[in-house]
Structures are given as structure tokens and as C-alpha cells.
Design a protein around this ligand. Sequence first.
Ligand SMILES: NC(=O)c1ccc[n+]([C@@H]2O[C@H](COP(=O)([O-])OP(=O)(O)OC[C@H]3O[C@@H](n4cnc5c(N)ncnc54)[C@H](OP(=O)(O)O)[C@@H]3O)[C@@H](O)[C@H]2O)c1
Length: 261
Amino acid sequence: MNNSLKTALITGASSGIGKSLAENFARHGYHVILAARSVNKLEDTAGGLRSRYGASATVIPADLETVDGAAKLHAEVKERGLVLSALANNAGFGSFGEFRDCDLATELAMMQVNMNAVVILTKLFLPDLLSTKGKIINTASTAAFQPGPYMAVYYATKSFVLSFSEALACELEGTGVTVTAFCPGPTASGFQDKANLKSSALVKGKKLPSADTVARAGYRAMQKGRRVYVPGIKNWFMAQSVRFAPRAVVVRVVKAMSRPI
Ligand SMILES: NC(=O)c1ccc[n+]([C@@H]2O[C@H](COP(=O)([O-])OP(=O)(O)OC[C@H]3O[C@@H](n4cnc5c(N)ncnc54)[C@H](OP(=O)(O)O)[C@@H]3O)[C@@H](O)[C@H]2O)c1
């Protein structure tokens, strides 16, 4: 590997938005580290990036649901002597259904992946990023801007990511490190199947933007150092509008928009 290359770690790079983010990093000359649990899919992605862009790509299997998964991933990167110039905390998943019916173990695993892993990886890689004046992109969601009945825990995890990212961006002003809270709306990916979301009015019968389109926009926003980025004018408008409506109204509107049909 050429040591003068900038290195980016992308979590959740085996599918959807993370795979497309990896494509953007590779296309722009980064050495990419692809992390997730599905090693075969990561290897396929790495092979494609090598052949399409002559990119340098490393696959590191990681299960971020486990308590020590994020720390192990950091240790694996350090063992290879790699220093990050970019960190994409993208791995995540949701679960659709009424809270009283949802599986607690699934929700705790979601909190581990969507929140704890983001904090742990950011903490452990911050020395790298400070030394390289690097970039952090945390995949939140439009779910971050309001509470979400039928996905109560998921929406709360994404509010956490948004709040954490904005606070960190402010703390890091003047260091050269930028933090972008990337907030896509519903996007075609493996997310809907995994979350059992296909019966929700939020996505049923709707044509969703592709993960490629969404990730390309997110990558650009990260390179510009945008603090919060919501791709798509309609998503942006929805994210803004909740600031002016009473929260009791907002939560009912989200409930109606997300209802099972
Ligand atoms: N699609 C949407 O509508 C949408 C909208 C807004 C935000 N988002 C957010 O976008 C991010 C990417 O999701 P996506 O839409 O691209 O869905 P996706 O296609 O299902 O991809 C999710 C990625 O996260 C990884 N992941 C899940 N659990 C993991 C674990 N325990 N350890 C390591 N990696 C894990 C998956 O890899 P493995 O299964 O191989 O481990 C996969 O690479 C998530 O944070 C999601 O919340 C999605």
C-alpha cells in the first residue's frame, strides 16, 4: 500500500449508503477500510473498488453490536499501522413496530451500533483525525429531528447522533477537524427489509432515492465541512418545519405518516 494515501474507515460498508460512501472515498483517491459483519460482501466491494479505481482497500470484519466490537476494530486498524484522515460512522439499523411489541435485545443491539459504536470509534480515532486535520461523517437521519412513533428507539438513537455530532463539531472548531451529521430521508437500501419497514406508510408504494445518489451528496457535504446535511429539498423542508410546530402535533403527524398499512 502507498503510505502517502489518505485513509478512510467506513463502517457499514457492506451494503446501501455505506457501500456507496466507500465508492466515493475510493473514487477520490482514499485508501478505504471497509468494516461490517458480512465479510464476503465487503470483499466483493473491495474487489470492485480496486478494479474500477485502482483503489487500495482493506477489509476488516467487525460486529459493532458487541460491547468490544468498536474497540477491536480500532485495534485492528492500528495493528496495520494506518492513520485515519476520515471516519464514516455509518453502520446502523432500525426496527419498525410498537415499542411494547419490539424485542428488547434487538433494541439494545441497535443502541450499541447506532450510538455507542459511534462514540467509541470517534473517541479512539480522534487523535488520528487531529493529526491529519481529518473529517468525520456520522450517518444520522431525518429521524433525528423529531420523535418517531413505531420506531421510538431508532428515532432516539438518531437524535443522539445529531446532537453528539453538532456538539463535537463546535468543540473542534479551529482544529482543522470537521464533523458532519449526515441526515438522509428514506433511501433504497437493505434498511427497509432489516427494519421490517415495508408495511409502513413512510415507504410503502414510494419511490425512494438510491443509496448512490444520497451517499454522493453526503460525501460532498463532508468535504465541504457542512455541520448538518439533509439531502433532498423535501427532506430539508420537513426537518426545518418541525422547529415551528408544537411537539405534540409533530409527534402525531409522524405517527400518521409512519402508520402500518
Ligand atoms: N435507508 C434509509 O432509509 C436510511 C435513512 C436515514 C438514515 N439511514 C442510516 O444509514 C445508515 C446505513 O444504512 P443503510 O440504509 O445503508 O442500510 P443497509 O443497507 O441495511 O446497511 C446497513 C449497514 O450497517 C451494517 N451493520 C448493521 N449492523 C451491524 C453490526 N452489528 N456491526 C457492523 N455493521 C453493522 C451492515 O453490515 P452487516 O450486516 O454486514 O454487518 C450494513 O453494511 C444507517 O445508520 C441507517 O440508520 C438509513
